[in-house]
Design a protein. Structure first.
Length: 385
């Protein structure tokens, strides 16, 4: 206990300085001391106010699928967190996109655009390597093969390139709630119902990326994992304090619908695994929630091996999990889509690995779709005058 108090005391000064820096930066944008730059294309941002998994990337996929079905051409813009490369990269390059085709995985300048096509830079089944693009961009590229994904830490630069070379109707920003340098037309804030406000303290003492007043920038709130017990009254009271009653609050959750064999890529209905014993292996923001999702489909948890978010898995990591699974009598190892990207090139053991395929469900689906279409219609009308 004394050791914990000592560590907290050591962290108090740096934590205060970090929070002060975040507050000053936010106020600088709010007062136009720092200016957000605008793109000509409609921009929809999806992000969160806490560290850890809230389900924002699956929501990006959901929105991209829906808008594509409505006839919009989409490009996704992401920074590619955790990648080991520099510059701008492009996934799912359409023909004539103007991307330089080359084997150099590390462009010399930030503005370079490279579509990696070298076999050494590609992962399992010929998919792009997460080391080049980041695990979440690769995951999105698999789920949305017709949607180009621009990876660039400088969102404005990446957005300008997308406008000039891809000509999308809508650009979707993944994980960009705090990226104030780029203006957006729709700002969607994703909250986890089980811990929406991150303990109301900023990291490292809580899970907030910024002070709670950042909520007021939201144009819409989507509460994920809303099928689980949570204090809805308190959540709404906090949101009303910052937003009033004009910003829509919608609820959604993800469910495991299929399990896919990692080596064969064959998918099976999740109900076929009811009663199976699973060893859980994942490195995501909220691993316990993933175990709960497996329990919901009737899978028994034999062991759990949780790693830090975005971990670069090694052969030793997998060997440890396989050994633990074997000792516990697990029928399978189950992981997430994001983790599967980082496991693809590792040699698998005698325990089969399955990937949980999830789908978003929402009673507010009609409201969400109507909100998106109305917002984009307003943007389209603005551009005509």
């Amino acid at each position: 206990m004394a050791a914990n108090a000592f560590v907290r005391a050591l962290l108090a000064g740096p934590a205060w300085l970090y929070e002060l820096a975040v507050r000053v930066r936010t106020v600088a944008y709010e007062t136009n001391y720092l200016k957000s730059r605008k793109l000509d294309t409609a921009v929809v941002s999806v992000g969160n106010i806490t560290v850890g998994g809230t389900g924002k990337t699956p929501l990006v996929e959901y929105i991209a699928r829906y808008l594509t079905s409505e006839g919009y051409s989409i490009a996704i813009l992401t920074r590619g967190y955790g990648r080991h490369s520099r510059g701008q990269k492009l996934l799912n390059a359409p023909s004539g996109a103007g991307a330089h085709q080359g084997k150099d995985p590390s462009p010399a300048r930030t503005g370079d655009v490279v579509t990696i096509d070298d076999s050494l830079a590609r992962g399992f089944h010929g998919t792009p390597s997460y080391l080049e693009f980041g695990d979440e961009p690769v995951m999105l590229s698999r789920a949305l093969p017709e949607v180009p994904i621009v990876v660039n830490a400088n969102r404005f630069e990446g957005g300008r390139w997308a406008e000039q070379n891809l000509h999308p109707d809508v650009i979707i920003l993944d994980d960009a709630y705090q990226h104030l340098a780029l203006a957006r037309d729709v700002n969607v804030l994703v909250l986890d119902a089980t811990d929406p406000f991150g303990g109301e303290r900023m990291i490292p003492f809580g899970r907030l990326r910024e002070p709670l007043f950042g909520i007021k920038r939201a144009d819409a709130i989507i509460v994920t994992r809303a099928h689980r017990p949570f204090d809805q009254g308190r959540l709404l009271s906090v949101l009303r304090y910052f937003l009033g009653d004009k910003v829509p609050v919608m609820y959604a959750h993800s469910s495991i619908v299929r399990l896919r064999h990692l080596e064969t890529q064959q998918s099976y209905d999740a109900q076929e695994f009811r009663g199976w014993n699973a060893a859980v292996m994942c490195g995501i923001g909220n691993p316990s929630a993933f175990s709960d999702d497996l329990i919901q489909i009737g899978v028994n948890i034999a062991t759990e091996e949780f790693f830090r978010d975005h971990r670069v898995f090694t052969h030793k990591d997998l060997e440890k999990v396989v050994e633990s699974a074997s000792k516990a009598g697990a029928d399978m190892i189950v992981t997430t889509e994001k983790d599967a990207v980082r496991l693809a090139n590792l040699k698998h053991g005698e325990v089969p690995i399955y990937v949980a395929e999830m789908e978003i469900e929402s009673e507010d689906e009609v409201r969400l779709k109507s909100f998106l279409l109305r917002s984009l219609l307003v943007k389209r009308n603005e551009n005509q005058y």
